[in-house]
Design a protein around this ligand. Sequence first.
Ligand code: NAD
Length: 426
Amino acid sequence: MATNKNPFTNTLEQLKKAADLINLDPDTHAILKVPYRTFQFSIPVKMDDNSWKVFEGYRVQYNNDRGPYKGGIRFHHQANLHEVKALAALMTWKTAVANIPLGGGKGGIKVDPKKLSEGELERLSRGYIRAARDFIGPDIDIPAPDVNTNPTIMGWMADEYSKLVGRSTPGVITGKPLALGGSQGREAATGLGGFYLLQEVVAKLKINPKKAKIVIQGFGNVGYHFSRFAYKAGYNIIAISDSQGNIFDKRGKGLNPKHVMNTKRGKGLASGCYCKGTVCDCENYTRVSDKKMLEIPCDILVPAALENQITKTNAGRIKAKVILELANGPVTSEADEKLSKRGIVVVPDILANSGGVTVSYFEWLQNLSNEYWTEQEVNKKLKEVVTAAFNDIWKNKEKYSTDLRTAAYVLAIQRVAEALQAKGYR
Ligand code: NAD
C-alpha cells in the first residue's frame, strides 16, 4: 500500500496543523520546518569477491535545541534523503514528547542488507562511522538502531568510533550489545513502551484487552517485542506480516508470537538480524494480500514496518478501532483526516514508539556515568516516561478538542520552541 508521497511533506503537514492550532509565531515555525544540518556521503566497501561497491549514506541533524541530536540508522534499499529528513524531524518531536533532554536526527544507507554477507555488512557499518565521525559523538549526535540494523551492528559502529578517537566511547551509540555497554531492556523497549501505551488507550476507550483482536504489520524488533507483551496480557493476535507476506488466523484463536519468531528465525541470520526468514514459514494459516492485511477487521491495528502504509486510498477500508503507530510515519496526513472522521483513534508514532529513544537515553546516561541499571529499573522508568507523555497529550487533546497526533505535536512544538526562545535567538 506504500505510496510515493514524500514522507517529509507529511511531517510538515502535521507540524503545520499543530502550529496553526496554537498560533505558533511564523519565525519559530520557519526554524522548525527545516533541518539544521544534512549530510550525504559515499561509503566504499570491499566485497567478498574483492570488488568494490560504493554505497550512499545519510545523516540528518534536524534540531538540537533540547540536547544532542539523537536517532537511528536505517539500512534499506529505498532509503533516501527525504525519508531520513522526515525521520529526523519525527525524532525531534519524539524526544520532546518524552521530555528527555535530546534533539532529533536520523541516518541511513541505501542498501539491501539481505544481499550482503556478514563480513560485508560489518565493513559497511564501520565505513558509515568513518564517514560520519566528524559530526557524531556522545555530546553531538548519538545514533541507534532502526530498520534492518540491530545490536550487533551498533556494537561494530561503537567500536569503530572508539578506535578512531583513541578512547572507549560507548556513549556515541545506543542499542549496543550488553557486553559493550548496552542497556538492559533496550532491545525490547520500543515494543514494551508501545504496549504500556496500548494499556493506557484501551483503558480510556473501555476496550477489554481479553477480547481485543490485534493485527500487526511488520515483525522485526518492534513488532515482535510488542506482540510478546500483548500476547502475555491476553490480547488475541490474529494476523502478522513481514516484507515477504503474512499469516492470518481466520479461526480467531490467535498466534503465539514466540512460536512465529522461532519459525521465522529457523532461516535467520547468526547476528540476530530480523530481516531474514519470514513469518510465511508458519504453516496452516490463511494468507491474504498485503493490501487486505491492513483491512482485516480488528480492534487494534499495529503498523510496525515502514511509512506511508495507510493512505487516502485505503483509509476508508480500515476496520480497526485503534491504530497504534509503532512504525514511523505509517499514516499519511490525508488518511489521518479520513480516519478521524470515521472515529478511529490513531496513537501517533511520536508517542507510540517513543519507548525506544527513551531507553536509548537511559543507555546513554548509564554509559556517561559508567553505572548500570537492572532491567526492572529500566522498565519502571520507561513506564513512568511514556505514561507521563500519554497523560500530557491526552490533556492537550481535550484542551484543544483535537486528535492525539495534533495534541502530541502541540506538546512537542511548545517544548522545542521554549528551548529555542530561551537561547535568545529571537
Ligand atoms: P526491523 O528491521 O527490525 O523490522 C522491520 C520489519 O518490517 C521486518 O519484519 C520486515 O520484514 C517488515 N517489513 C518491511 N516491509 C514490510 C511491508 N511492506 N509489509 C510488511 N512488513 C514489512 O525494524 P524495526 O526496528 O522493528 O522498525 C520498524 C519500524 O519501527 C520502523 O518504522 C522504525 O523506524 C520504527 N521504530 C523502530 C525503533 C527501534 O527501536 N528499532 C524505535 C522507534 C521506531
